[in-house]
Design a protein around this ligand. Structure first.
Ligand SMILES: C[S@@+](CC[C@H](N)C(=O)[O-])C[C@H]1O[C@@H](n2cnc3c(N)ncnc32)[C@H](O)[C@@H]1O
Length: 146
């Protein structure tokens, strides 16, 4: 039996991108046309059943080079200080990133996607289908971006 009260994360795969350093990666994958590859470890491949029927995915990955001590960030957008939880900074106590990507191809346990901002070799934590019906909130905004 799995003890679900323990907060254990298991790597379920690897992300392959052209970005070898933090400055090479786009701030948001949404801004990039680059095609990247997500490789699921074989023991999780069965979980891909029906995935090819999804157009877009939510990809959660581990920011392994992040600074986990920061609570204040200074994003490039305005150069001003904001609490990390009001930003998308990679430096945060639990460095989990979220990318919404376009699914281009499923080849066994390898997925070709567009829209990643992960460094090459980042650890895959989870994949969920993105749905405009479930996830899109018309007019949602970040006040300090304006
Ligand atoms: C601003 S964060 C946004 C991440 C995700 N789209 C989000 O909103 O949660 C993206 C930046 O994180 C950095 N990054 C990517 N992979 C990383 C990793 N494995 N460890 C630390 N930093 C990483 C890169 O500099 C990239 O430009």
């Amino acid at each position: 039996m799995t003890d679900n009260s323990r907060m254990d994360l298991v790597p379920i795969g690897l992300i392959h991108t052209p970005y070898s350093s933090r400055k090479d990666a786009p701030h948001q994958g949404r801004d990039s046309q680059e095609i990247c590859e997500i490789e699921l470890f074989s023991e999780y491949a069965h979980g891909l059943l029906d995935l090819e029927r999804c157009t877009h995915l939510i990809v959660l990955y581990w920011l392994h080079l992040a600074d986990r001590c920061c609570l204040i960030a200074r994003p490039p957008r305005d150069g001003k200080e904001h609490g990390v939880f009001a930003t998308r900074t990679p430096n945060r106590p639990n460095p989990i990133a979220l990318d919404i990507v376009e699914l281009l191809e499923v080849d066994g346990r390898r997925l070709k996607v567009r829209g990643m901002d992960a460094l090459d070799g980042s650890t895959l934590l989870d994949i969920k289908p993105y749905s405009s019906g479930i996830d899109n909130i018309e007019g949602a905004r970040i006040g300090w971006h304006e």
